[in-house]
Design a protein around this ligand. Structure first.
Ligand code: ADP
Ligand code: MG
Length: 345
């Protein structure tokens, strides 16, 4: 790698950090409205690498499009570096997309001009940034970085799906963006090809300091990432750090329940947080009869490891499925919650 790191270069001279506050997006079509995002607060530091997980229809692609400034949110704010996208002038957004933020759409070929080779696709993708005076590496260098040097001048039609995805990645990396947004970049690949694409994304993040946000359905990819954010029903439903799953308190103080807890806590359930003497910031979450039992020493059901399991298994039971409770007491639902236990690294 001969190119100097461009860590943090970016938008308006600021860094490639990504931040949203109260992000709402409503699609309006033929008289009815779909709320795709209903209050997303996201923080990805410059140089971070984060996976977006969540079921189909959760709002992941909508979120990526808003981060890329493809369209503007219905409400709330999006910041890339210092630039506030929801109010930025069209010209500022055009410039941001040409130079600082790349969006890789799902399906490699949607990112490529079919009649150009990988080399010429990369050169084409550099055009706007180059005209704006940005110093960029030669296309051959960009292709070598993603491991596609040997196919630089092949016709696209002769490339494997894995190579096409690498070509799409090279196109996205061509203008040396501060932020790379990738929508399911490995979803149609076999495992060796998937691993090559993931390695190339990781290299871009590590060697060039590019902030990477990627959507994935693949548990293996999710497990590989240091940080994942699960989007559920247009909101942040949880966060995974190094294989542990956490619920995340929103800026306005709401706490989404993990799915496996929600099974047990019906709407309307009363919940109390009972401070634990052992340590600061530790709470027992008391639900149902226990919460109503106010001052009584918590005696009942305790669910061990509710933050356990890999991020990709967040929709399931805790890894150990442990529910310890004294046999004479019905296990209302309580969970031991270590606030601030999430490693903010
Ligand atoms: P994901 O990428 O997580 O599968 P999307 O962001 O594509 O989710 O979609 C979120 C919601 O918004 C879904 O209910 C989807 O049907 C709806 N949606 C997405 N795009 C449009 C659109 N262009 N018009 C109307 N509804 C849309
Ligand atoms: Mg999608």
């Amino acid at each position: 790698m001969t190119t100097a790191p461009t860590t943090g270069t970016g938008v308006g001279g600021a860094t490639g950090s990504v931040r949203t506050r109260g992000l709402v997006h409503i699609y309006r079509s033929e008289g009815h409205e779909v709320a795709a995002l209903s209050g997303v607060d996201l923080d990805v530091p410059a140089g971070g690498m984060v996976g977006l997980l969540g079921p189909s229809g959760a709002g992941k692609s909508t979120l990526l499009n808003l981060l890329a400034g493809v369209f503007r949110p219905s409400a709330g704010k999006v910041f890339v570096g210092d630039l506030e996208l929801s109010t930025a002038a069209d010209r500022a957004l055009d410039r941001m997309r040409a130079e600082h933020v790349s969006l890789m759409l799902q399906g490699a070929q949607r990112n490529l001009l079919p009649y150009l080779t990988p080399h010429d696709n990369v050169r084409f993708a550099q055009g706007a940034a180059r005209r704006a005076g940005k110093d960029l590496p030669d296309p051959d260098e960009v292709l070598a970085e993603v491991g596609l040097a040997d196919h630089a001048h092949d016709a696209l039609g002769s490339l494997t799906p894995g190579h096409l995805q690498l070509a799409a990645l090279a196109v996205a990396m061509a203008p040396r963006p501060a932020v790379l947004l990738a929508d399911e970049p490995t979803s149609q690949l076999d495992h060796p090809a998937r691993d090559r694409v993931l390695a190339a994304l990781t290299d871009a993040n590590r060697d060039l300091g590019t902030t990477v946000v990627l959507v994935t359905h693949d548990p293996d990819v999710a497990a590989f990432l240091p940080r994942t954010i699960t989007i559920r029903d247009g909101r942040v439903g949880g966060e995974g750090r190094s294989g542990e799953e956490y619920a995340v308190v929103t800026p306005d103080g709401f706490l989404p329940l993990p799915l496996h807890v929600r099974e047990h806590l019906q709407p309307g359930t009363l919940v109390r947080f009972h401070p634990v003497e052992e340590g600061p910031g530790e709470y027992l979450l008391l639900a149902g009869d226990e919460a109503a039992g106010a001052t009584r020493e918590p005696a009942g059901g305790r669910v061990g490891g509710w933050v356990g399991g890999r991020p990709s298994h967040s929709a399931g039971r805790p890894a150990d499925g442990a529910v310890e409770h004294p046999s004479d007491h019905p296990p209302d639902y309580s969970a031991r919650h270590r606030a601030g236990g999430a490693d903010r690294g």
